[in-house]
Design a protein around this ligand. Structure first.
Ligand code: GLC
Length: 550
């Protein structure tokens, strides 16, 4: 393991309320999650990212908090949470939590006080306008469900700003008291023992909103302030940010113009996510090659977080309309599978037609790309979605543990569950569950365990440098490499259906006992690297050489 844990981490994200219910009330909880830590340790994950755990009316699945200093009583107590941190650490697993401080719930006591009177000490914690802002119908994040970004509050007799839903008033980060409070919230959780934060909606947190200015200025230095604060309180804590912005704007989220990484440690690679989906849809690696070429170089210590699926719709808004349609045609052919005119509300297994070869190919590719892989719960067993549920809930169904009622998620009456378990068809818990796959070493779960262990033996993927190997390739095949002090790995992924043969003999001079470490099937030995066979949808991870040290 190199110096910085996050560069070689495997992050697993989950919602505590849909993971495991220990007390039979139909809602997952911390004790349920503690009971599943051994499962996660065996899978090989090293860091959990928990979706919001705070008290919340849950109108946006917890991304609408009413108290940043507590946990939702449905999930357990703060004591249970502290126990979770301890038990996770005993297994070498770190925990990071969602930090949702762009906004609060409108039921948060701060907002209730703020709206009640212009003299409230919290009035200036939110963003107000006496007049109707002319740009109030611009910048909505949820088109179709949200008509404006400013709403009139009759109690306050004023307009308030909300980048997201109307019930999520934005905090005013121009106010030093709000900034101090955000730091205090971070300190509180660091003190309890979390290893950092997944920071929600970062481009909007730093927005200094001005009524009537749809391009309000952004204060990136606030990120420098937060980073300094966090690093002082806990040296090895990390910030993993959601900032889905244009690629040329990304570098300033990592660090200031001096070129040092003094802001966010890790950013989700949304650009790569869209390109990966396009490459899978077209069965052509070109979009991934472009992404590898075009993404800006990161300052020392900066890191990408790669993902195929997260808890939201797949966001295809950075693709052209034509590219987006190609992805829709393949992976979201029905209108009902799409969301907000930009994305797809499905899980990966179902998008890939439950084709085991393609699922392995897609995840082998993601995990071999530069950066830290993030895996969403349930993907490791190939869960599907429930399109009868509204919006994003389709992909937020409970974890499927066994053949038991409710898929072993809970012993409550099915009507009492936080969300229905998928209980019919190809992805029903009767067919897709942990217990069944655990018994079968050839299962998708067994494959994920092997793949993750292989990754952990190849630290150059996370902390080395990755590049496309630019030599002639059969159609559909991507060749890339990762180099670091620990050695060199080479990866072949065939996104197409045709069998292929690849000539990588140019690499022979560098090779010292090259060997396959992860493959979709048994291939002939790699030999001189000049006749590497690759099946349709096949992949080979090849260790070329070992370096001398760290
Ligand atoms: C982020 C979250 C999303 C949430 C939104 C508002 O985009 O990923 O789930 O709805 O922020 O907090």
């Amino acid at each position: 393991m190199g110096d910085r844990w996050y560069q070689e981490a495997v992050v697993y994200c989950l919602d505590v309320d849909t993971f495991a219910d220990s007390d039979g009330d139909g809602v997952g909880d911390f004790r349920g999650l503690i009971g599943r830590l051994d499962y996660l340790a065996r899978l090989g994950v090293t860091c959990l990212w928990l979706h919001p755990i705070h008290p919340s009316p849950n109108r946006d699945d917890g991304y609408d908090a009413t108290d940043f200093y507590n946990v939702s009583p449905k999930l357990g107590t703060l004591g249970d949470f502290a126990e979770l941190l301890h038990q996770a650490r005993n297994r070498g697993i770190r925990v990071i939590i969602d930090l949702v401080v762009n906004h609060t719930s409108d039921e948060h006591p701060w907002f209730q006080s703020a709206r009640s009177s212009p003299d409230s000490p919290y009035r200036n914690w939110y963003v107000w306008s006496d007049e109707a802002p002319p740009d109030r119908h611009q910048g909505m994040v949820f088109p179709g469900e949200q008509n404006e970004t400013w709403s009139y509050d009759r109690t306050a007799k004023s307009w308030y700003y909300h980048r997201f839903y109307k019930f999520q008033p934005d905090l005013n980060v121009a106010n030093p008291q709000v900034r101090a409070e955000i730091k205090k919230i971070m300190s509180f959780w660091l003190q309890l023992g979390v290893s950092g934060f997944r920071m929600d909606a970062v481009p909007f947190i730093i927005e200094l909103t001005e009524a009537g200015n749809p391009n309000s200025p952004k204060d990136l230095d606030f990120l420098t302030e937060l980073r300094q604060h966090v690093q002082w309180r806990r040296g090895d804590a990390v910030l993993l940010a959601e900032a889905n912005v244009e690629p040329d704007q990304l570098p300033v989220y990592f660090g200031d113009s001096g070129g040092s990484a003094n802001r966010i440690h890790m950013l989700f690679d949304f650009m790569m996510n869209g390109r990966l989906m396009l490459a899978l849809a077209r069965q052509d690696p070109e979009p991934v090659i472009e992404a590898l070429r075009d993404t800006p170089a990161l300052p020392e210590g900066g890191q990408w977080a790669t993902f195929l699926r997260n808890h939201d719709e797949i966001d295809l808004s950075r693709l052209t309309a034509e590219q987006r349609n190609q992805v829709y045609d393949q992976f979201g052919p029905d209108e009902d599978m799409r969301l907000y005119g930009r994305g797809i509300r499905r899980r990966l297994a179902s998008m890939l037609g439950n084709d085991r070869r393609r699922i392995e190919l897609a995840y082998a590719l993601q995990f071999s790309l530069r950066g830290t892989p993030v895996l969403r719960y349930g993907e490791e067993i190939g869960m599907g979605e429930d399109l009868s549920l509204p919006g994003r809930e389709a992909i937020r169904t409970p974890m499927q543990w066994s053949y038991k009622e409710n898929g072993g998620f809970s012993t409550a009456d099915p009507e009492k569950l936080v969300r229905p378990v998928i209980d019919k068809g190809e992805y029903g818990y009767q067919k897709v569950n942990v217990t069944a796959q655990r018994k079968d070493p050839r299962s998708l779960l067994g494959w994920f365990e092997r793949m993750i262990r292989t990754l952990r033996e190849a630290p150059e993927i996370g902390s080395g440098s990755t590049s496309h190997i630019d030599v002639p390739m059969p159609p559909g095949v991507l060749a890339h490499r990762a180099d670091g002090p620990t050695g060199t790995m080479v990866f072949l992924h065939n996104l197409g259906t045709e069998d292929a043969e690849v000539d990588l003999s140019v690499l022979a001079p560098e090779a010292d006992l090259p060997i396959d470490v992860l493959t979709d099937r048994n291939y002939e030995e790699v030999g001189k690297l000049d006749r590497l066979k690759l099946a349709g949808y096949g992949y080979r991870w090849i260790r070329i050489c070992r370096g001398s040290g760290l």
